[in-house]
Design a binder for this molecule. Structure first.
Ligand code: A3P
Length: 275
């Protein structure tokens, strides 16, 4: 099991805290946690457990790169550190800041069908509001402008799903080859092929196997098997039940996202069978 190293282990094995060589920059609710945890099954990958929010939070960013490095786990020099902070993808300042740290860093983006992602995003916010006993509008009311009956592009859950708009900002700094797009819908139903594509993108030998992933019928998701004694599923907050959404609103959103999706396929060279 990979975990916190003791001082003795750090000294004995020459462990170091390394800046990430790959970052999962988003997309929120795309399956960023599952992707990070699954990549961490690879012996040459070490994850930063927490979302660091270094590049998207001005206060954190002002603390400097050494602060960021100190947030990283200890690893062997040959290992690569990966962190995930999904807000990076949509935050204006982030591409330039990451570029300044390492212009050849590898960037991972995990996407889901945009309307499903928006509903998932809504569901997470709704849960937070309910916990605080606050009332919250229905998804339909937020996603559709009541005056015009058009899709409300001011609603954040809608905007985040316009993947191409965000990606275009990143492409001002990084060539498209430095990004790898992960199919978040496939990561749910059949994770191994997606992980193998990431291994190849990261130039890692293929080490994650079917043994490391088993379907847990109770959870309805794949869980992780590190070895004979250690396995784990993601937290219960991953895999929420989404509210039912008026089918006409779903269709309206799907139509709205369609041209942006086409552009996204064109730019990335990865096509999805989204409606
Ligand atoms: P839902 O809650 O909408 O089902 P993120 O980590 O970026 O917040 O993404 C959360 C999503 O990861 C969940 O969205 C869930 O569907 C998805 N996911 C993918 N693989 C999973 C897994 N093995 N276990 C739990 N959730 C997984």
């Amino acid at each position: 099991r990979k975990g916190n190293a003791t001082k003795e282990q750090i000294r004995l094995h020459n462990l170091v805290q390394q800046l990430p060589r790959a970052i999962i920059i988003g997309v929120r609710k795309g399956g960023t946690r599952a992707l990070l945890e699954m990549l961490n099954l690879h012996p040459a990958v070490v994850k930063a457990s927490q979302e660091i929010h270094f590049f998207d939070n001005d206060q954190n960013y002002a603390r400097g790169i050494d602060w960021y490095r100190e947030k990283m786990p200890f690893s062997f020099p040959h290992q690569i550190t990966i962190e995930k902070s999904p807000a990076y993808f949509i935050t204006e300042e982030v591409p330039e800041r990451i570029f300044k740290m390492n212009s050849s860093i590898k960037l991972l983006i995990i996407v889901r069908e945009p309307t499903t992602r928006a509903v998932s995003d809504y569901t997470q916010v709704l849960e937070g509001k309910e916990r605080k006993n606050k009332t919250y509008h229905k998804f339909e009311k937020l996603a559709i402008d009541t005056n015009t009956c058009e899709v409300n592009t001011k609603y954040k859950a809608v905007r985040t799903s316009i993947y191409t708009k965000h990606l275009e900002r990143w492409l001002k700094y990084f060539p498209v080859e430095q990004f790898h797009i992960v199919d978040g819908d496939r990561l749910i139903t059949d994770p191994l092929p997606e992980l193998q594509l990431v291994e190849r993108f990261l130039n890692l030998p293929s080490r994650i196997s079917q043994y490391n992933l088993y379907f847990n019928a109770t959870r309805g998701f794949y869980c992780l098997r590190f070895n004979i004694v250690f396995n784990k599923c993601l937290a219960g907050s991953k895999g929420r039940i989404h509210p039912e959404v008026d089918p006409s609103v779903v269709t309206k959103l799907q139509k709205f996202f369609h041209p942006f999706n086409q552009k996204f396929y064109q730019i990335t060279g990865r096509t999805f069978s989204w409606p």
